[in-house]
Design a protein around this ligand. Structure first.
Ligand SMILES: Nc1ncnc2c1ncn2[C@@H]1O[C@H](COP(=O)(O)OS(=O)(=O)O)[C@@H](OP(=O)(O)O)[C@H]1O
Ligand SMILES: Nc1ncnc2c1ncn2[C@@H]1O[C@H](COP(=O)(O)OP(=O)(O)O)[C@@H](O)[C@H]1O
Length: 207
């Protein structure tokens, strides 16, 4: 017998307390800040810095970090294209729930495939998905190599490593692109500031 529910027998249950009420209580707009980029590009660092900055402004955020999710929710997934797609799909669904709860959900995953990121975007109402592209050169990420994974990938000891022998598809229309300025990496504080400015201007930090 199939363990899948028959969609014909599944019904949506409305909750009397709505998103707008939660947002009013929190004085912010529920949304998803989706940080994408190569391994070592600084996604987690930006996520932490942004979370701290929002906290200091009294805004409630929560970070969904790819590495961390792979310890629990996504622990049964590897790095094949199908697994990555499922990884992003699940994370997008969870991020959508957090946004519906009124939180600023910061998701930081490589999320290398454009169609998977676009599918996450499509879950949210217009403008509530803020895609942030960490556009850092592969060489910089590889020089950093904090976990030694690029070295292993170059030696052929890890197969299908993003940027080496698995593709990274850059966004075509992201809301924010972070890159080197005059060849220098902006500080995490500067990058977080850029995202916060975008959110302030877009009215995300008030109900
Ligand atoms: N084959 C391969 N390719 C890319 N990355 C790999 C791989 N194997 C392990 N790792 C480590 O897993 C982290 C990426 O997890 P994600 O969930 O963000 O990846 S993905 O979005 O599903 O592509 C990634 O973490 P970050 O360096 O923080 O990006 C790596 O440390
Ligand atoms: N803006 C930055 N300036 C200098 N070093 C950074 C910056 N962002 C990240 N790093 C460093 O680069 C390495 C990779 O950053 P990390 O946030 O773990 O990347 P990712 O999550 O994309 O794999 C870490 O050693 C981190 O300290």
């Amino acid at each position: 017998m199939s363990t899948m529910g028959n969609p014909a027998n599944i019904f949506w249950h409305e909750n009397p307390v709505g998103k707008a009420e939660r947002e009013k209580m929190l004085n912010q707009q529920g949304c998803v800040v989706w940080i994408t980029g190569l391994s070592g590009s600084g996604k987690s660092t930006l996520a932490c810095s942004l979370g701290r900055e929002l906290q200091s402004r009294g805004k409630l955020s929560y970070v969904l970090d790819g590495d961390n999710l792979r310890h629990g929710l996504n622990k049964n997934l590897g790095f094949s294209p199908e697994s990555r797609t499922e990884n992003i799909r699940r994370t997008g669904e969870v991020a959508n729930l957090f946004a519906d709860a009124g939180l600023i959900c910061i998701a930081s995953l490589i999320s290398p495939y454009r169609k998977d990121r676009d599918a996450c975007r499509a879950l949210l109402p217009d403008k509530k998905f803020i895609e942030v592209f960490m556009n850092m050169p592969l060489q910089l990420c590889e020089d950093r190599d904090p976990k030694g994974l690029y070295k292993l990938a170059r030696e052929g000891k890890i197969k299908g490593f993003t940027g080496i022998d698995d593709p990274y598809e850059p966004p075509l229309n992201c809301e924010i692109e972070l890159q080197l300025k005059d060849g220098i990496v902006p500080t995490p504080h500067e990058m977080a500031g850029q995202v916060v400015s975008y959110m302030e201007n877009g009215g995300f930090l008030e109900a």
